[in-house]
Design a protein around this ligand. Structure first.
Ligand code: UFG
Length: 340
């Protein structure tokens, strides 16, 4: 029988790619989103790719009455919770906003789930829960520590779920710790779409490639890495989406909880990413070396073994795939084509 999954934040960057992965795997999928960080036309674009209209509830996880209505309207088998704030710098300036949405909104969701007898959830966590560590690649049993309010909310979410599972064995939880998701859907109809000047590397390079920003600022070239620039575990957003499908499959099939890293296990430096993006867009992209960014670590890479063992997860796509798909998406937007 077809299983039904609710995606909170399903119109956002990772949520929209996961929507497509779930539909392709035969799930009936419902999106809940307040469009605070998603384009209005994402549901139309998803419908264009899948050939079916999107089931959408527009509203906020901070509104318990709205949540109750969503759960009354469907018979969900599981929820994937993406709806959260995610800018590390903004969280330092506005910690209460982050705690309200990422912790308060999350508790509202869990209460609505419990009341509706839906107790399978996949939670968007982050490698940020490992703090500044020299252990690389990082295994899941590494201690958690927070270096920003954002990280605090992700650790809080993980702890809340652990308490819930300990209190009530009917719950089963998939906690997915993302490393650095980049790239776009192969259709080039959906992708990451930051409205302001991006904080993250690949969206920033993309804006340099389309001429909206003059040059990349490389934050430091004196780290202990092969070329001195920061090294991260970039994962294609379609691989990340596949990880969510595997996580839901596992929860529904086994009822066993899991906490896993989603990364490739490989790292790339800032200059390697810039090189791959230049190759993808067919032009040299200007950059300058500037001082290190506060709070950055030299290296952050996942130990990917547990996700392979528990979920059968293997990231398949390369750095070139990530840059080529990002370029196809942003250059398609530039050409203003093709609107749904
Ligand atoms: N970088 C630049 N120039 C830029 C932007 C980034 O040189 O304009 C460098 C950074 O110094 C770092 C690398 O590119 O070495 C990646 O930076 P990102 O900002 O893209 O990603 P981070 O690894 O800093 O942060 C990501 C997520 C956070 C999460 C963190 C830890 O964006 O949400 O990983 O998991 F908290």
């Amino acid at each position: 029988m077809t299983k039904t999954v609710l995606l909170t934040g399903g119109a956002g960057y990772i949520g929209s790619h996961t929507y497509l992965g779930l539909v392709a795997s035969g799930y009936d999928v419902v999106i809940l989103d307040n469009f605070s960080n998603a384009q209005e036309d994402v549901p139309l674009r998803l419908a264009r790719i899948t050939g079916s209209p999107v089931k959408l509830h527009r509203g906020d996880v901070l509104d318990p009455v709205f949540l109750t209505g969503v759960f009354a309207a469907h018979d969900f088998d599981a929820v994937i919770h993406f709806a959260a704030k995610k800018a590390v710098g903004e969280s330092v300036a506005k910690p209460l906003d982050y705690i309200q949405t990422n912790v308060g909104g999350f508790v509202n969701l869990l209460q609505a789930m419990d009341a509706a007898d839906v107790r399978r959830i996949v939670f968007s966590s982050s490698a940020t829960v490992y703090g500044d560590t020299l252990v690389q690649p990082i295994p899941e049993d590494h201690p958690r520590t927070y270096t920003s309010p954002y990280a605090y909310t992700k650790i809080s979410g993980e702890l809340i779920l652990e308490q819930l599972v300990a209190a009530d064995p009917r719950w089963a939880v998939g906690t997915l710790r993302y490393f650095n998701p980049v790239g776009a859907h192969y259709s080039a109809l959906i992708g990451e779409d930051p409205q302001d000047i991006p904080n993250n590397l690949v969206p920033y390079i993309a804006k340099v490639a389309i001429g909206e920003l003059p040059r990349l600022q490389v934050f430091g070239d004196d780290y202990d890495t092969p070329d001195g620039t920061g090294l991260r575990d970039y994962i294609h957003v379609e691989d990340l989406a596949d990880g969510h499908v595997l996580s839901v499959n596992a929860l529904l099939e086994t009822g066993q909880s899991h906490t896993v890293n989603l990364g490739t296990g490989e790292g790339s430096t800032v200059l390697e990413v810039l090189r791959a993006y230049s190759d993808a867009c067919g032009k040299e992209l200007p950059f300058e070396i500037v001082p290190r960014r506060d709070g950055d670590v030299a290296v952050l890479t996942a130990r990917p073994d547990l996700a392979r063992q528990v979920l059968g997860f293997n990231a398949k796509r390369t750095l070139d795939d990530m840059c080529q798909s990002s370029w196809a998406w942003v250059s398609g937007q530039l050409r203003n084509d093709p609107k749904p």
